[in-house]
Write a protein that binds this ligand. Sequence first.
Ligand SMILES: Nc1ncnc2c1ncn2[C@@H]1O[C@H](COP(=O)(O)OP(=O)(O)OP(=O)(O)O)[C@@H](O)[C@H]1O
Ligand SMILES: [Mg+2]
Length: 304
Amino acid sequence: MSDVAIAFQEVEKHFSGKAVVNGLSFHVRVGECFGLLGPNGAGKTTSIKMLLGMSEPDAGMIRLCGEPIPERARFARQRVGVVPQFDNLDPDFTVRENLLVFGRYFGLSSAQTRAMVPTLLEFARLENKADARVGELSGGMKRRLTLARALINDPDVLIMDEPTTGLDPQARHLIWERLRSLLARGKTILLTTHFMEEAERLCHRLCVIEEGQKIAEGAPKELIEAEIGCEVIEIYGADPAALRDELAPFAVRMEISGETLFCYVRDPQPVHARLDGRAGLRYLHRPANLEDVFLRLTGREMQD
Ligand SMILES: Nc1ncnc2c1ncn2[C@@H]1O[C@H](COP(=O)(O)OP(=O)(O)OP(=O)(O)O)[C@@H](O)[C@H]1O
Ligand SMILES: [Mg+2]
């Protein structure tokens, strides 16, 4: 069997004559967690919809679990669990009923699904909500139910569009732990996220896309080293433009975002020496992270 779970090759999608996915190529190996990152409107959800056969590409080749998409999407999806960007649970059914109904889509018997329900409720920490109507759940609880529901067919591949958006920090850590245990069991995960910490923790590899095109790809650590390669001092509480001019001789690069000055340094000492003891000024010295990479590649100012 091929060791590639997902392949995109030169995929294109146009809406109203505009390319929203523009020659996108990447592959996800079996057992890998792969991140698809990019600003709002970059084409992540459109790519996922094409991958699932819900939207037809205008050009290019897609394979999922070895099957050509969209032609064999129905077969491929038997082995896939999906977390869509926006929850599509049935609000009139209970938590348990939502899981049972979903099991039927995969041709599971009611007894098979019933046997899965306790594990799935435990996965989502919704044991106490089994008989609550979905319409009565909080946003984060619905998200956790959607995540649990994606596992009903014991899928080999999980495709998750912003799985942890709307979750509180505790729930997010719980989901990260759960996803890591699924990876340890050999599952393959493709996820999108706007949480760079999430991508840095979970993804073996990731690609960053902008306007439907790939602008970077690699392991999080490699990308941080290649794109930033030094430490960061974030400075608030002073006029950032004046401070930028003052600190320029000691920095590899500097950026201003709103009221914050980002100072990229190989040797932090001269900057510390100038900042220490200044009234009203606060700073944070930290290692470079994936958010720095993302913002360097896509710009610190909002797009649209
Ligand atoms: N059905 C559609 N008809 C027309 N344009 C669309 C359609 N679906 C998506 N688009 C456009 O395609 C672009 C990519 O949208 P997409 O939803 O893939 O972005 P995304 O990367 O998932 O963004 P976000 O991070 O906000 O979820 C956007 O400009 C969007 O307006
Ligand atoms: Mg999206």
